[in-house]
Design a binder for this molecule. Sequence first.
Ligand code: APR
Length: 244
Amino acid sequence: MSKIVILTGAGISAESGLETFRAEDGLWAQHRVEDVATPEGFARDPALVVDFYNARRRQAAEATPNAAHKALAKLQQRYPGQVVIITQNVDDLHEQGGARDVIHMHGALNSAMCAACEHRWPAAMVMAPGDACPQCLAPAARPDIVWFGEMPYDIDAIFDHLAEAGIFAAIGTSGNVYPAAGFVAEARRNGAHTVELNLERSAVGGQFAEHRTGPATRVVSEWVDELLAKPEQPRGGFRSGDDH
Ligand code: APR
């Protein structure tokens, strides 16, 4: 059964008011990555890192899903089990917009993790350095975020989905960070039709067969409406050869 496999990045949440990373005034213009998004930074100054994610958790809690999040949920509802959403984002706007089984390959703001025993639990809105793990009681709680130099989550499952992709779409991601930026090449190798929906060409834009340029709330909604207007997909699922 071939699937629609969708990768999203910070750009899909931009119109919900959440900052992206590499915009001129983005998060990486305000903070040094090595200070707030690496294990070394956390070891050096845990309070700085915990406060960085407390601020982003609070902003994410105040944000609401936009038309792009909701359109992807509608597509999932139409084709249960055939539409896989993989996000690099750590907000839960996909879920708030109705999406299910979202793969958070870079972790999630609403999850905390124990650096000692790897137990995970729902994060408090405000975490503090040295919070105790509810499982092993070690003062080793940390944000459940995949930092630079750490292994993204669910990579094997992601590549299994890419092997079954009839369509691969990347939405709101600049294509700067691997392994996510390499998913389009993998999908093409597997014969998928590839489409990039973004404000501008990404760093891997040249690898996509199709581009839809504009704000996600417009281009994602239009793309989903076109897919939903097609006759029910054959049981075989989405084929790359179909005109998409
Ligand atoms: N609609 C569509 N695309 C948008 C919009 C919008 N309204 N606003 C911004 N974009 C696009 C930008 O043009 C850019 O290509 O979204 C992309 C955001 O790129 P980044 O800020 O680099 O974010 P992302 O690609 O998600 O970063 C990937 O890098 O720092 C790490 O872990 C972090 O998950 C993050 C990863």
